[in-house]
Write a new protein. Structure first.
Length: 268
């Protein structure tokens, strides 16, 4: 079994993508970054949506009385190959800050006027694919009518590769969601605390073909977990160089909503 955590040395940056399974790869990219001693490490999991299906798991739908789980608990309980934060959440520890629905379940009915990125999957009509939309390119109400699962979040990168986050002093670890030029979905994690403006520039400079991205979560609640075919990835975040102190043995804190993946069933 291969385990990747922050304490284990990453492959050299020119190693490229490492195959986990058909349509599922990861890369660890070391780059120079402002305010980072040594190199910042950006971990990217690349997922082919033709081979993997996406799920939104929300405590408000699946665990209304029991509450949140850590990202690893979500993955283990619901047999996910990988899981990442679905977005920032409100003080009730259940409701996404932006609009969120999963089929008939509405986690948050409010359309956030400042959140310009939407991840949509489970299309209403056959033939559609998971897609990160810019709401200034396609109206949110149109997206909602075309997909059963819709998650609205803050935008990091607008298609076709435009950094939309202004420079700022605040820095944090980041869990983000991206999509490349070929339509692959990217689970992105930066353990090193970075400003989101700097992270956007770094992602655009990596050899990953990124076209767009949205912010999922920052700081100690940012989480990414993958376990498949002997590869284990465990990433928990930090804020302003301060680590989470109340998480599990890997630093994971409970989160109410996650995006997960499973391998699609083979067609007969």
């Amino acid at each position: 079994m291969i385990v990747f955590t922050s304490a284990i040395a990453a492959p050299p940056p020119d190693a490229g993508w490492k195959r986990i399974d058909d349509g599922l790869h990861y890369g660890i990219f070391e780059v120079s970054a402002p305010h980072v001693v040594g190199k910042a490490k950006i971990l990217v999991v690349r997922i082919d949506p033709g081979l993997y299906e996406f799920s939104l798991l929300a405590a408000s739908e699946l665990r209304p009385l029991a509450g949140s789980l850590t990202v690893r608990q979500w993955a283990d309980k619901y047999r996910l190959l990988a899981a990442i934060n679905a977005g920032m959440f409100q003080k009730d520890m259940k409701t996404n800050v932006g609009y969120m629905k999963n089929y008939a379940h509405i986690n948050n009915p409010r359309l956030h006027r400042k959140y310009a990125s939407v991840f949509a999957f489970n299309p209403v009509t056959a033939g559609g694919h998971p897609m990160i939309w810019d709401t200034d390119a396609k109206q949110l109400k149109q997206i909602i009518s075309g997909y059963h699962t819709v998650i609205q979040n803050l935008r990091l990168i607008k298609r076709p590769g435009l950094n939309r986050w202004s420079p700022q002093e605040k820095r944090w670890s980041e869990a983000a969601l991206g999509q490349d030029e070929e339509g692959n979905v990217l689970f992105i994690f930066s353990k090193s605390p970075l400003s989101m403006h700097d992270l956007g520039n770094i992602l655009l400079g990596l050899p990953i073909g990124i076209a767009c991205a949205q912010h999922l979560e920052g700081g100690s609640q940012a989480s990414l977990y993958l376990r498949h075919r002997g590869v284990v990835i465990k990433e928990a975040g930090a804020s302003d160089l301060v680590m989470a102190v109340n998480g599990d043995e890997d630093g994971f804190l409970p989160i109410p909503n996650v995006i997960g993946i499973k391998k699609r069933s083979s067609k007969p």
